[in-house]
Design a protein around this ligand. Sequence first.
Ligand code: NAD
Length: 370
Amino acid sequence: MSKTLIPSSRGAYEVHVAPGLLQSAGEMCGQLLKTRRVLVVADDEVTATHARTVVEGLQASGLTVSMVSIRAAEIRKTIEVVAQIWSHAMSAGIERSDALVVVGGGLVGDVGGFAAASWLRGVDVVQIPTTLLAMVDASVGGKTAVNVPLPDSVGGGLGKNMAGAFWPPRLVLADPETLQTLPSRHISCGLAEAVKHGLLADPDLLDLIERMGPALVKGSLDGAETIISRAVSIKADIVARDELESGQRALLNLGHTFAHAIEGRPALGLHHGEAVAIGLMAAGALGVQLETMASDALDRLRSLLASLSLPVILPGPCPADQLLERMRFDKKMDQGTMRLIVPQAPCGACIRTDVSDAQVLEAWRSVGAS
Ligand SMILES: NC(=O)c1ccc[n+]([C@@H]2O[C@H](COP(=O)([O-])OP(=O)(O)OC[C@H]3O[C@@H](n4cnc5c(N)ncnc54)[C@H](O)[C@@H]3O)[C@@H](O)[C@H]2O)c1
């Protein structure tokens, strides 16, 4: 069992990681939340399983529980789905002192978190992640968001996470046993974000993922708790220093400015973690150009991602110049200047605002853009 305390503007909260934790989730929420009613926002893939366990635990703690199921799809990560949760909160009589408990992957975590941030101008939220990606990253740090359509001029699709709020949870409970039902493709996705954390701050985590990651993708849970808790502590450390991303928290976006340009293109069929894997390769290629990363470190990254069944090049045709234009819609634009996160050797990253369009285009071409 690992426990990490994260300070935040709404009060410090704990992230617990332990196999079997789901069984005590209801009781832990009941003890922490000074509330009578709870709305569980459940990913529809876990409504009948993991969310049911949580609901039963909450009820056993004497809480009145309602539930709304959400289908996790980027195309449905919209304000309309948030409005659907608000309607359920209305019907359930959720008041300012009540809470939302979100059970699911990062997508439902972001949407449910945003609904909590906005319902009655903010009610408590507990995050119970059930994907590896949500455990190592999305459930921690208080970012919530929905996607917003992009203009047709840059190929349409969705602008990732363009509207949202910082809304720290009251508690995060990660039970690695819930990953037993998660398809292996999504285990790979979670490992992509864990690799990002390793690149940023922890070479030992990279070694661990190199050793244990491929077996995790095949269904083993050996090493899962350690990988999750190490990744959480890296994110916790960065978020504690810069909760609202006025500086160093932007480093957590390593690979993401590239990833967001391709993730919202339905034709590519990429999940978030897969887009991040390609984004890490593009950011690494940029690092090699800017001489902040050695080419053998990029080769090691490519082998590691490939060993985790993650893509390292684009799966379909994409013009590099259009991808560059899509990057300009990223949230990390600052007064018209693109802020890119570039990996540094042997570990770490830096924020660069001096990267030329030609260098970004070359990075895109290194991952297969035309
Ligand atoms: N807020 C943040 O800081 C942050 C950080 C990283 C990513 N994100 C967001 O997280 C999202 C990606 O999250 P994700 O990778 O968890 O994807 P996801 O939430 O889409 O879940 C992946 C799939 O797994 C299913 N699922 C969830 N738990 C399951 C389980 N235990 N068993 C079986 N199926 C299960 C879901 O229904 C979905 O089909 C993106 O929208 C991304 O923008 C947010």
